[in-house]
Design a protein around this ligand. Structure first.
Ligand code: NAD
Length: 299
């Protein structure tokens, strides 16, 4: 069993840490939100007063933070975790961040003798709770093999996409498709509803037809269609619209870097920016349907 420092116990990190505890690992945890730390302590983790204290004596550091700036702030600099981790330690960053940022932090880790992988995830909060996440990994194969038993305690599938940063590139490709598909599904349901169709019946038909997707079957954006979808609880929980906006911005940056056209990704990025402007940035990203449905979906 490993001695793990787990930093970032939000929607995703909280349940991921819970699954590591369930698998018998020893966790020292830190989050800026005390209630998140208390929830992990109730499951058997030890609270640390800071990220630096959490890595004290740890063999592995796992981070699950919102964005690039948080990850760089955590690991880099004189007070950063890389300056405190033992030289043989392993660092696993599961946040979704810019590929260039992941490479920068991994290079700094390598300079300190710390092995590091980028291991962003797919599967949402339900996958995090059920321990069925997909890990999308960039970094050296040897580091991934060290991490694999821990990833398997939190997920079901592990994909090694290539060198450092490759996990982030692959994750952005997945999320760009997801952002487009969610908006397209919302548009289709709104069109059907405007013609008097029942969105639940339309979704059931689409779920076994060629328009099927995770957006129709698991995270349906129309309130009341799927009992467990964020849409049916006021779009709370789930994957924040602002996090989707961040990922589409990262995809746009990545596309510009190689001159790859992403017309639908850019359009989707603008839709999620409008969703944020309408005050729904903190809600699940499926709330983007509210831009498209008239009257508001489910009203
Ligand atoms: P979240 O906002 O719920 O959690 C982030 C946590 O990090 C918060 O509890 C915050 O207090 C903490 N934090 C921020 N800075 C910190 C610091 N310096 N030290 C300690 N704690 C700090 O976000 P989330 O939904 O858990 O997402 C985390 C990452 O996972 C993001 O990069 C997101 O894009 C990605 N992701 C999310 C989902 C999802 O469905 N929510 C799915 C796949 C990937």
């Amino acid at each position: 069993m490993s001695r793990i420092a787990f930093i970032g116990l939000g929607h995703m990190g909280g349940p991921m840490a819970a699954n590591l505890l369930k698998a018998g690992h020893e966790l020292q945890v830190f989050d800026l939100v005390p209630a998140a730390v208390e929830a992990a302590v109730a499951l058997g983790a030890r609270a640390a007063a800071s990220a630096a204290e959490a890595v004290d004596g740890a063999e592995v550091a796992i981070s699950m933070l919102p964005a690039s700036r948080h990850v760089e702030g955590l690991y880099l600099g004189a007070d950063g975790l890389l300056a405190r981790l033992a030289p043989q330690a392993l660092a696993i960053d599961c946040s979704t961040i810019a590929p260039a940022s992941a490479q920068k932090v991994a290079a700094a880790a390598a300079a300190r003798g710390v092995a590091m992988i980028d291991a962003p995830v797919s599967g949402g909060t339900a996958g995090a709770a059920a321990g069925t996440l997909t890990f999308i990994v960039g970094g050296e194969a040897a580091a991934l093999e060290r991490a694999r038993p821990l990833l398997q305690a939190m997920g079901r599938n592990v994909f090694h996409m290539g060198a450092s940063g490759a996990g982030q590139v692959a994750k952005l490709c997945n999320n760009m498709a997801l952002g487009v598909i969610m908006a397209a599904t919302g548009e289709a349901l709104a069109l059907g509803a405007a013609h008097g169709l029942d969105p639940a019946a339309l979704s059931q038909m689409m779920a076994v037809s060629t328009g099927r997707s995770w957006a129709t079957e698991v995270c349906n954006p129309w309130p009341g269609v799927l009992e467990n979808a964020p849409a049916s609880r006021g779009y709370s929980g789930g994957f924040g619209s602002d996090l989707m906006l961040k990922d589409l911005g990262l995809a746009a940056e990545a596309a510009m870097g190689v001159g790859s056209p992403i017309p639908l990704g850019e359009l989707a990025r603008n839709l999620y920016a409008l969703n944020a402007r309408a005050g729904r940035g903190g809600l699940d990203f499926s709330s983007v349907i509210q831009l498209l449905a008239k009257p508001a979906a489910g009203a």
